[in-house]
Design a protein around this ligand. Structure first.
Ligand code: GDP
Length: 178
């Protein structure tokens, strides 16, 4: 892409949370670079990545934050959540326990982020649904409705639904902020 000067109209901070190994880092690199990296933890320490999109004629820079492994020590700090306008709470559709922990992540988020933050529940690794699914779509839809979250099943590996999920989240933030 040529590096033309861009006049950014808005910057939206979005945090990605969820258990370790659900695919947070891969979702981020799929959305910001259209890449899936099999040796993912080489990017450890990177705080956020960005992608600039156009929404209703405005240039919006999405600043997507990665926990960079903090969640392993249950040490996701309030600084991580500060200023977030949206959040993706990710679980792995092949790991029931990662879905069982979603409620905790949503609580953590609601305790630390702004009340108006838009939350999207994301079931990742949909490419493995045929033989390894451990969380039904119905269970996730029910949880999302109960907790008033947006919901999507995606695959960082295939790229399926990843852009759609981020765009839905960013469009919802846009409609609340602008
Ligand atoms: P994080 O700890 O939540 O950031 O998870 P990572 O992004 O490091 O991914 C954890 C593991 O799951 C890695 O081995 C990835 O290659 C794998 N992974 C991530 N997304 C997908 C996906 O959509 N499909 C499949 N099959 N594997 C994935």
């Amino acid at each position: 892409r040529p590096t033309l000067p861009e006049k950014i109209d808005y910057v939206f901070k979005v945090v990605v949370i969820g258990d370790s190994a659900v695919g947070k880092t891969q979702l981020l690199s799929r959305f910001t670079q259209n890449e899936f990296c099999y040796d993912s933890k080489s990017t450890i320490g990177v705080e956020f990545q960005t992608r600039t999109i156009t929404l209703q004629g405005k240039l919006v820079k999405a600043q997507i934050w990665d926990t960079a492994g903090q969640e392993r020590y249950r040490a996701v700090t309030s600084a991580y959540y500060r200023g977030a306008l949206g959040a993706m709470v990710v679980y792995d559709i092949t790991k029931r326990v990662s879905f069982d922990h979603v409620a905790r992540w949503v609580e953590d988020l609601r305790a630390h982020a702004d009340d108006s933050a838009v939350i999207m529940l994301v079931g990742n690794k949909a490419d493995l649904a045929a033989d390894k699914r451990a969380v039904t779509t119905e269970d996730a839809v029910e949880f999302a409705e109960t907790h008033r979250l947006f919901f999507s099943e995606v695959s960082a590996l295939s790229g399926g639904n990843v852009d759609e999920a981020f765009f839905r989240l960013l469009e919802e933030i846009f409609s609340r902020v602008v």
